[in-house]
Write a protein that binds this ligand. Structure first.
Ligand code: PEP
Ligand code: MG
Length: 745
């Protein structure tokens, strides 16, 4: 029997090299019929009406599009039954459905395997043979295993491969809320091998551009060689001569020209040519020549970088009215290159809710979806809908769907206009319960939006963000400079600064912690900083210096789960204060508190009362750890819900313990900006909430309309419900009855 993993990875590699989805599905059915030794292999995917569209077939003849109506035929039966159907004579089965004009009658056996992704049947893989024999159990098992992986490969393919676009929903994780519709501007950071093919609109002009590029890069190489020449040893300077001679090589020059004449744009022509020569070198016997494939790859990247600097992202964006930035990573400088009023959304293949891209998007109020996975065959100007509210994007959206989403965008705009009038008003419920609304921050860019929306302080300053946007650990002075601007902007207002919370999903580019099997349970937050006490000491000194004797500094400790962590930190803080005072700095002892995000912290709070001045609930991590659900894993994202009954019960426990021990309490996770969750939080008596700036007006609007007594009654009712759906339904109903349904569209 064949090795399924090996066959699948070969298939995956071959598919990856093909440019269009049409070629890819063809390859899939051809390869599977060869691997399984069957006469026919067909791939069906479900459309939005649950009809099954034939994507490609090896063996069946069909002249036009083939669609099997929902629930019809053996294929429909596979979808309904959700298990393989493997029979020797298909035509004798009561559910047999003949596909007109397919000459299917020649094939007797039928084996259909459901393609399932995230619990939903998305299509069916069918193999058929002329012989009236069912597949052997081994072959069936092989196809079942293959299909479980295949479902992920084909899920985002456009259903119509003839150019009519279709609404393909792809799930990621929420980066920043809101909806945006726009055209893609690809953010690739210079790896030539990720450049897509694009049609070339002006062949002669592009060939001239290619020659100009060659001259420019020759020049750049000469300059680099001149300026570094004296410092270089012979072996390094020989690299320059290798590059120069490659740039003069007629074979390379001619190959790129030929690719352009074949209709590819310059970056695509360059990629194909460089790949071609790199492969040639790689196949050589001589180890010296074989190693030259790296030179040609480096040179290719150099050419691309030079080309892109003359065709910058800003220039590409300038030609598009509504820009969706998209790429493996979207950097802060990419975002900065697009004027704010043009930026409709951001899509990242990787990343998480807390990637600095997401944090910046939040601060700027730009919808963002992270972690959608690699999108193949992307083109500049391709249309996307970015739905940051649900953490999904729509690829190939139809005009009709865009119009529906546009309607939601317009409603949202009207709501925000209405809410801007609330800026100076207090967040007070109609029955007099006052809520302090703080903002979460981490970039200097989001300081002013917070103030603009009327934040009463910073409830969570994520210090890892200034660490993330650099190439190395910032010095005490660097940090002091950044923190000082925070205190200046929020003069007279409380600022809760969290010590460095890296590890898990928050990685520093210059200090990767990537060798852990369970990063979320690993070296992160205070565990990391106490093991790197020099970093913590530097950071605390910088905070104390920046706050001086006027800043209202509160130090917040992340991921605390043990008393020793607190006692060690207290010693360090005392030592930092002593040092600074000896140095003549007017440092004041700040208030210190813990994030309640590791469930173990809850039971310990009474013991910790003498070490801390306040607590802040990090509901994002607390929910993740209570539910054992990775909040940044798109596969389980739909199961993660901070309104889970267990989360609510535990939050209430924290509220009660904090009340008994007179510990001031706030909440700074995503819950604070979710209107449904806020009904519960106000209902259980939490009176300080911290959220991203753009969410603040909406929450204030809710609080001003929601009597606390009513919230408390709803909360009590929710305590008796055992599932998220019922709780959500009750909360939605509450909002509707208060005429606040528009807050959660
Ligand atoms: C949280 O866990 O809820 C929190 C606010 O911290 P972060 O999201 O930065 O992990
Ligand atoms: Mg956290």
């Amino acid at each position: 029997m064949k090795n399924v993993i090996l066959e699948l990875s070969l298939l995956q590699k071959e598919i990856g090299e093909l440019a269009s989805p049409a070629e890819q599905v063809r390859k899939i059915v051809d390869s599977i019929s060869a691997i399984a030794g069957c006469d026919v292999c067909s791939l069906y995917l479900q459309d939005q009406n649950n009809d099954l569209v034939l994507m490609a077939s090896h063996g069946l003849t069909h002249t036009g599009p083939v669609t099997i109506p929902s629930g019809r035929g053996l294929v429909g039966l596979v979808v309904k039954s959700r298990h393989p159907i493997n029979i020797p004579k298909a035509s004798e089965h009561p559910d047999f459905y003949y596909v007109e004009g397919s000459s299917e009658e020649r094939f007797q056996s039928f084996c259909g395997i459901p393609l399932v992704r995230y619990g939903k049947v998305i299509g069916v893989l069918v193999v058929q043979s002329v012989n009236a024999e069912a597949l052997s159990p081994e072959s069936e098992g092989f196809l079942v295993t293959l299909s479980s992986q295949l479902a992920h490969l084909v899920a985002d393919m456009p259903l119509s491969l003839r150019g009519a676009y279709f609404n393909t929903y792809l799930r990621g994780v929420k980066g920043s809320s809101g909806i945006g519709i726009g055209q893609a501007v690809l953010c690739d950071h210079g790896d030539l091998f990720s450049v897509p093919d694009e049609p070339c609109s002006d062949i002669d002009g592009t060939i001239l551009e290619w020659h100009a590029l060659l001259r420019r890069v020759q020049q750049e190489i000469k300059q680099e060689e001149n300026s570094l020449g004296k410092l270089l040893n012979d072996s390094v300077s020989s690299i320059f001569s290798t590059y120069s001679s490659l740039l003069d090589d007629q074979a390379l020059i001619g190959k790129v020209e030929q690719e352009i004449r074949n209709g590819n744009w310059l970056p695509g022509a360059l990629r194909k040519s460089v790949q071609y020569f790199a492969d040639l070198f790689l196949a050589m016997e001589d180890p010296y020549l074989r190693a030259r494939h790296e030179d040609i790859h480096h040179l290719g990247n150099k050419l691309l970088a030079s080309l892109q600097s003359s065709n910058s992202l800003a220039e590409r964006a300038a030609q598009i009215p509504h820009v969706v930035l998209i790429g493996a990573e979207v950097s802060i400088s990419d975002i900065a290159a697009v004027p704010g009023d043009k930026l409709a959304g951001i899509i990242c293949f990787g990343g998480s809710t807390l990637s600095h891209t997401a944090v910046l998007a939040n601060a700027l109020g730009v919808p963002a979806v992270m972690g959608v996975g690699l999108l193949k065959n992307l083109r500049n100007r391709e249309r996307f809908i970015v739905d940051g509210n649900s953490g999904q994007i729509v690829r190939y959206p139809t005009d009709m769907l865009c119009a529906e989403f546009q309607h939601l965008i317009d409603e949202e705009r009207q709501l925000l206009n209405k809410l801007s009038a609330l800026r100076e008003l207090p967040a007070l419920t109609p029955d007099g319960f006052a809520v302090r609304l703080f903002t979460n921050s981490g970039l200097l860019a989001d300081l002013s939006p917070g103030l603009r929306h009327g934040a009463q302080g910073i409830g969570l300053y994520r210090t890892e963000i200034p660490f993330m946007v650099r190439d190395s650990f910032p010095s005490e002075q660097d940090q002091e400079l950044v923190y000082r601007q925070v205190f200046e902007a929020y003069a007279g207002k409380p600022v809760y600064m969290r010590t460095l919370d890296i590890g898990g999903d928050k990685q520093l580019p210059y200090f990767p912690i990537d060798d852990e099997a369970n990063p979320a349970l690993g070296w992160r937050g205070i565990r990391f900083t106490l093991d790197n006490i020099q970093l913590l000491m530097t950071q605390v000194r910088a905070m104390l210096r920046a706050a001086g004797d006027e800043g209202d500094l509160h130090i917040l400790l992340p991921m605390v789960s043990a008393t020793e962590e607190l006692t060690t930190f207290t010693e360090l803080l005392d030592e930092a204060l002593k040092q600074l005072r000896e140095e003549g700095v007017a440092a004041r002892k700040p208030k210190t508190g813990v994030m309640v995000e590791v469930p173990a912290a809850i039971a310990q709070l009474p013991f910790w009362r003498r070490h801390i001045d306040f607590v802040s609930i990090g509901s994002n991590d607390l929910s993740q750890y209570l539910l054992a659900l990775d909040r940044n894993n798109a596969r389980v994202a739909n199961r993660y819900d901070h309104i889970h009954p267990a989360v609510i019960q535990e939050l209430y426990r924290v509220v009660r313990i904090a009340g008994e021990h007179h510990l001031p309490l706030s909440l700074c996770g995503e819950m604070a900006s979710d209107p449904l969750a806020v009904i519960l939080l106000v209902g259980m008596g939490i009176s300080t909430l911290s959220m991203s700036a753009t969410k603040l007006p909406r929450i204030k609007y809710l609080i001003r309309a929601l009597p606390q007594r009513r919230a408390a009654a709803i909360f009590k009712q929710c305590l008796s419900l055992d599932n998220v759906q019922d709780i959500r339904a009750l909360l939605h109903e509450t909002l509707r009855s208060l005429n606040l349904g528009e807050l959660v569209k």
